[in-house]
Design a protein around this ligand. Sequence first.
Ligand SMILES: Nc1ncnc2c1ncn2[C@@H]1O[C@H](COP(=O)(O)OP(=O)(O)OP(=O)(O)O)[C@@H](O)[C@H]1O
Length: 265
Amino acid sequence: MIAVEARNLTKIYPGGVYGLRDVNLKIEEGEMVGILGPSGAGKTTLFRLINGALHPTSGRLKILGRTMSEISLNALRELRRKLAVIYQQHNVVPSLPVVYNVLMGSGGSLSLAQTVRLFFYLRKEEREEVFAVLRELGIEDKMYSRADELSGGQQQRVAVARAIISKPQLVLADEPIASVDPGTAIKVMETLRRLNSERGTTILVSLHQIDFALRYCSRLLVFSHGRLIYDGDPGGIRAIDLYQEDFDHVRCKGIGAQQSAETKI
Ligand SMILES: Nc1ncnc2c1ncn2[C@@H]1O[C@H](COP(=O)(O)OP(=O)(O)OP(=O)(O)O)[C@@H](O)[C@H]1O
């Protein structure tokens, strides 16, 4: 199945600011895609359109077989259960222990009864599952600590655990390693990669750290001023071009052509 398909996707914010301009792309299930671009390029706008938080101004967007412009509220709720979003600001609940943060965030799909039950009784398999995910991220010793007793990097790992415990089909990770130390960044990216390779989860991850994008992603989408200016494998683009402030000069404009570059990285 195709995870994400955009046709002439455009988002214009009030005031006439372009979030995205005429974007065409197709992402198959099971891909791990890095989204690059300078501040204001449109990366978050793309994520917000994909999770239905924003409506396109024009164009079409299909997510996991659903056309977003035709989706009912119920179907959107259902779709969101298959999506997990990891934000740069980890959005954990400060006063709650880590274990509840992880379990309760599972796609927002818990009913009130389930939420109440969690507070009174944690099943053994739930505890084990949370422990395993936290161990993978290196914070299993924090399982019963309040989230606000954790460092920023540890809280970010809680947010990652919360996103992946629900076994999503599609993960949207919006700058998940923006404000963490290099060791944490590696743990987060390794966890996403494992999710992708072991469960076939489609991962879209926006990054400012180009070295991480080149290392972990099999495909890169590069945005500039709302336009998709490169869509291809990491080998098709010169790393040096990605380090420039303004990506407009990126030479590989063969969108979807997967062309090879004159100079490989
Ligand atoms: N709510 C909004 N109202 C008006 N303009 C907006 C809004 N949100 C984003 N924009 C504009 O849309 C463009 C794309 O913003 P977006 O947040 O998608 O960029 P980004 O690539 O995620 O940037 P960053 O790397 O800084 O997070 C920018 O010019 C931004 O100012």
